[in-house]
Design a protein around this ligand. Structure first.
Ligand code: GTP
Ligand code: SPV
Ligand code: MN
Length: 586
């Protein structure tokens, strides 16, 4: 008798018609063979064996360098269940259209069966997925990003309880690219892209889009959040989770070397991109990192911004779309190392800054999490870590202050629901355009966003000790166009204030949008920042927020009657608070 997994694999093989089927065991010998093969066929370029042992460079097709949100679909039976912020396709139409593309698409190729666990091997919160793919590069990445191979098959046994994902490269033609999710079936079909969140199906497709739909049904949360432990001078560690949109600083915050280390404040990394959370027996939200590696943005990563990851990624790592120096080392803008002469750019051409940057703006490294010197002792705790605060944030050149605290859970959900951020290179399309990105989940919520907000509100009632909610903005700029806040390791100063608020000590003043730190409440010792810059950073301008209110009003309008009444009420309360201060100022 074949298992449900074997039956599914057989059916997909009948559709895609590969020459071979390889069941991945995740062993060292297996990846060594795959790496050899990828070096031979040009998928991989070997890096310097001394300075980057067991590291490889991959140059993707230049038309396939980021997630493609316009061809990402939620294929629920009813269009309304995808909601106004997702692209929708009827399941039957998606099966017909994309099925035709999959048909025979693996002829002459190997289909890899990639069983994987999202989450610590023995955690009850973890889940099994199985990806079928004809890309060896995807297999190598999945091996770093998840617990892959025999370990996952052992956990699954003959159970039907896995999320199937079918992935095919096709001819990488962007016109034949479809990233489809079937939330009712808990199925993923991805065709025509070999890159990142489009192709590593455990990440955005399963751990966010499908898992968010599961989480709603089952009463838990799947969020686009880093998880960190903030150690105070007492040695006590408090765990925080932060949702920032793609390429807005999650990896860097999760891995920061604290500027306040001398006074005993350190940061420990649990996860850098995704959090799965359940209510624990202690009444706290317990979070696990479903991933096993970091798929991080390379540009801007250097010894002064993220020394922890720089120490981690010099072995057993994959670099995608970065430059290659003459000494066969990876290079990118902001790496803070000399490139020397004779560098090739990410397309393999001699580097010419007049033609293009050395590394693509969304170039990435894939590194095992366990290699990070800052990895938390509890990063694989099967019970998860208790979350004391959520942090929302985005790239806001203007308007949003460095930090504020929501009045309560319901207001915090409103703050998350109305978050805005300027777009980045993590997805194709224009960069730097302000858009609403609720809870940093705009591209990742597997169902109607209004139902998602209702789920957040319901979770607030279900969690006996819900986290406090904050909002941050590291990206506010001065009139000179420069960032006002130094960011990176200095961000710990803001985390320290949050910790004090959690403990009921930190001083704050009330503004219409929430509590901000009192004049001297942020620890700024040793930081060279002018009083004027601090004032500009923390300014809450009622006129800016009135404009913001108009925009969020229009955004909420899209959800019609589905919009939770609580959010409409918060909108009105904010409007009243803004009017009061405006009148008082006159
Ligand atoms: P995804 O992996 O796409 O989800 O991104 P992420 O949220 O993990 O973003 P990441 O930490 O990789 O940062 C993206 C870019 O923002 C990098 O170029 C960083 O150097 C830059 N960045 C991160 N933190 C800060 C900060 O505090 N200040 C400034 N100015 N830039 C930052
Ligand atoms: C993001 O875009 O939020 C990422 C990178 O973390 S990707 O895996 O491509 O989605
Ligand atoms: Mn991300």
């Amino acid at each position: 008798m074949s298992t449900p997994l074997e039956q599914w694999v057989e059916q997909q093989a009948a559709l895609t018609r590969p020459r071979n089927i390889h069941w991945c065991d995740g062993s060292d010998a297996e990846i060594a063979r795959l790496n050899e093969q990828m070096l031979r066929d040009g998928t991989f370029t070997a890096l310097n064996e001394k300075s980057y042992p067991n590291c490889y460079l991959h140059r993707s097709n230049p038309n396939d360098v980021a997630r493609t949100e316009h061809v990402t679909f939620i294929c629920s039976r009813n269009k309304e269940d995808a909601g106004p912020t997702n692209n929708w396709m009827a399941p039957a139409e998606a099966k017909a259209k994309v099925g035709a593309l999959f048909m025979g698409s693996m002829e002459g190729r190997t289909m890899y069966v990639v069983p994987y666990i999202m989450g610590p091997v023995s955690s009850p919160i973890s889940k099994v997925g199985v990806q079928l793919t004809d890309s060896a590069y995807v297999v190598a990445n999945m091996r770093i990003m998840t617990r892959m191979g025999k370990v996952a098959l052992d956990r699954l046994g003959s159970s039907p309880d896995f999320v199937p994902g079918l992935h095919g490269l096709g001819d990488l033609n962007p016109d034949r690219r479809f990233i489809c999710h079937f939330p009712e079936e808990k199925l993923i079909w991805s065709f025509g892209s070999g890159y990142g969140g489009n192709a590593l199906l455990g990440k955005k497709c399963f751990a966010l889009r499908i898992a968010s739909a599961m989480a709603r049904e089952q009463g838990w949360m799947a969020e686009h959040m880093l998880i960190l432990g903030l150690e105070a001078s007492s040695g006590k560690v408090t765990y925080l989770a932060a949702a920032f949109p793609s390429a807005c600083g999650k990896t860097n915050l999760a891995m920061m070397v604290s500027a306040l280390e001398a006074s005993g404040y350190r940061v420990w990394t649990v996860g850098d991109d995704i959090a799965w959370m359940q209510v624990g027996p202690d009444g706290c939200l317990r979070a696990i990192n479903p991933e096993a590696g970091f798929f991080g943005v390379a540009p801007g990563t250097g010894a002064s911004t993220n020394p922890n990851v720089m120490q981690a990624l010099n072995k057993n790592s994959i670099f995608t779309n970065v430059g290659l120096t003459a000494s066969r080392e990876p290079w990118w803008e902001g790496i803070e190392m000399p490139s020397g002469d004779g560098m090739l750019d990410w397309q393999g051409q001699p580097f010419d800054p007049k033609v293009r940057t050395a590394a693509h703006p969304n170039s990435r490294y894939t590194v095992p999490a366990r290699q990070a010197p800052c990895i938390s002792k509890r990063w694989e705790d099967p019970a998860g870590v208790p979350i004391s605060a959520f942090i929302f944030g985005g790239r806001r050149t203007k308007t949003a202050p460095l930090v504020f605290e929501a009045f309560d859970w319901q207001h915090g959900v409103f703050v998350g629901a109305t978050m805005g951020s300027e777009t980045t290179a993590a997805a194709t399309g224009a960069v730097g355009v302000l858009r609403r990105d609720p809870m940093a989940m705009l591209p990742f919520c597997g169902y109607n966003m209004a139902d998602y907000w209702a789920h957040w509100l319901a979770m607030g009632r279900r969690v006996p000790h819900p986290p406090k909610i904050f909002h941050v903005n590291w990206f506010r700029k001065g009139s000179d166009g420069k960032f006002l806040w130094p960011g990176f390791g200095e961000n710990v100063r803001v985390l320290k204030w949050m910790l004090e608020r959690i403990e009921g000590k930190g001083k704050a003043v009330e503004t219409p949008i929430g509590f901000v730190p009192a004049a001297d409440a942020l620890t700024l010792d040793g930081l060279d920042i002018s009083r004027g810059a601090m004032e500009a950073l923390q300014r809450v301008d009622p006129a800016d927020y009135a404009a913001e209110l108009d925009d969020t009003n229009a955004f909420f309008h899209k959800f019609g009657a589905k919009l939770p009444a609580e959010l409409r009420a918060e909108q009105e309360k904010l409007s009243e608070r803004l009017q009061r201060v405006t009148v008082a100022q006159k």
